[in-house]
Design a protein around this ligand. Sequence first.
Ligand code: GUN
Length: 302
Amino acid sequence: MSAEIISGKEISDQIYSLLAGRIENLTQKFGRPPGLAVVLVGDNPASQVYVRMKTKKCAELGVFSEEIRLNADASHAEVMRHVQELNQRTDIDGILVQLPLPVQCNEPEILNAIAPEKDVDGFHPVNVGNMLIGEPTFLPCTPYGVWYMLKASGHSPEGKHVVIVGRSNIVGKPIFAILCQKRAYANATVTMCHSRTANLPEITRQADILIAAIGSPEFVKKNMVKPGAVVIDVGINRVDDPSSQRGYKLVGDVDFDEVREVASAITPVPGGVGPMTIAMLLCNTVYSFERRNNVNDHLRIL
Ligand code: GUN
């Protein structure tokens, strides 16, 4: 058996078609486009790539975007000052502080300083709480993208056993919170595993839907996957590749070549979950604009 490939590129393009007309109408109606500010501290290469991709997509869709780039030695107070300024700006609907932050910055304090109504990453504790209790809120972009991909590809998690490998605040925990909700396209039985889980392969082999988000290249092998399972790979890892011009290649947390032989469907890396993250960020930015302008029939993808 060779698995169906779930293309995040194709699904995200469908979202962009839906958003493009909506953004044009909103810009005409309110006399300004939705606005997104991204704060990037330091020169982490992966973060630079993400921020560039976000800015490019905003430009393509007619969303105003502003990048605030600070040196790697920027102080905690300086980052806080920028966040507070952005909170006050009427032309900015979404604020995203790119993670990870350098050690001198207190990450929880900075995320806590973002106005919850502009928190398009869904990382503010108020929004995390609302997500957990199933109230409407900004969902973190990667988990939101995973959920949307399952829905759009016809692999509803309802009644299924979903096993998540990885317990990060930005991926594993929110996916857990979203998929266990009492709601259409959720209603899953969710198990969370992590680096200290005993007998991990025994548990992952019980998954109808297996979600890998551990940040370890090609960690999930064939023997960890039940035949016929749907496998979602959230990992993006750079590994050395002397045969490539740039000297590295991108691989996921799943050994794609091995696992595609047993899974019924699988997401590739690149071109899987990655493109979904940016699409959902733009959904959240449009949603924020609409909420801030009291649009009643606001964007509701969830
Ligand atoms: N770093 C890795 N993923 C993300 C994300 O979704 N949002 C932010 N702000 N930083 C990240």
